[in-house]
Unconditional design. Sequence first.
Length: 336
Amino acid sequence: MGAHYCHLKLDDRRKLAKWLEAKMPISEIADRLGRDPSTIYRDIKRNRYTDADLPELNGYHALAAQDKYEKRRALHRKMIVHPDLKAAIEDRLKAGWSPEQIAGRMRLERHPIRVSNETIYRFAYSKDGRDAQFYRHLPEHRRRRRSCGFRRHTRTHIFDVQSLSHRPERISERDEFGHWECDLMMFRKEHGKVNVTSLVERVSRFAVVLRNEDRQSKPIMEALIQGLALLPADARQSITFDRGTEFSAWKHLKAGIGADAWFCDPQAPYQKGTVENTNNRLRKYLPRSTEPTDLTNRYLRSICQILNSTPRKCLGYQTPAEVFQTKLLEIQNRME
């Protein structure tokens, strides 16, 4: 193995301490660990334990060396050196921002002290972060990262629709404002039939959430019509759905507000990934255990306000509300 420099791990230090006690030459230790001898000399010098009162305890001890190493590393962590920065980041996480959004917004606003999203994650999963249970503020609330799994899709029963394969390229490429994606968010069966419609505009990622009393399609469509009717026609040109039966009354959209309806392929809700992503964000505030009969329109609007005022990487760390308002002003200027 070629010699190279990188930080020793606890297991490496345990071996190093054992071999030093056995009077093994540094060159042989370095060879066994696959490190340069200078790495071994440096670690011994920097992490050696000394005790003025009990000099017989002086020497290289694995746990003591690891502890000194971790404390020294902690001094270079921005979120430890700058507690105000840590508090500001924690406030943003509690407000629903992701580490990536926080870091991106810092760059956009040219903060004098910035961190990357990886720095935030590393702190959350470090010993200091775990002790403070910092991971609880992360979007997924997980103690450790995990790879994305695959979603199970249910059978659908709606066929007389316009397929996404025929949707104009300008919509697919997000070149045109006013095209939305829609889905239903369900709760546990024991809570009854109440659910919410999640609606998101594809260009701005602006979200709208509406309460439904059940899954009947016509009332759901009427709620969509009522919710979008105040927007100019160019801001509500089409809506993309999956093939759930709750969207079978899609023809009412054209008659009500002139909006086209597009549908994903069977068992392919991932084709409307923007609203699927929005649903994941909404689940922080609307978990499946939510008692939906207690949901008020005021509370749903407050959730949307949080999402729409959160900066997004795909928007250059502008917020959905900022982009949505800009697009509405462009429409208004064209009409004048």
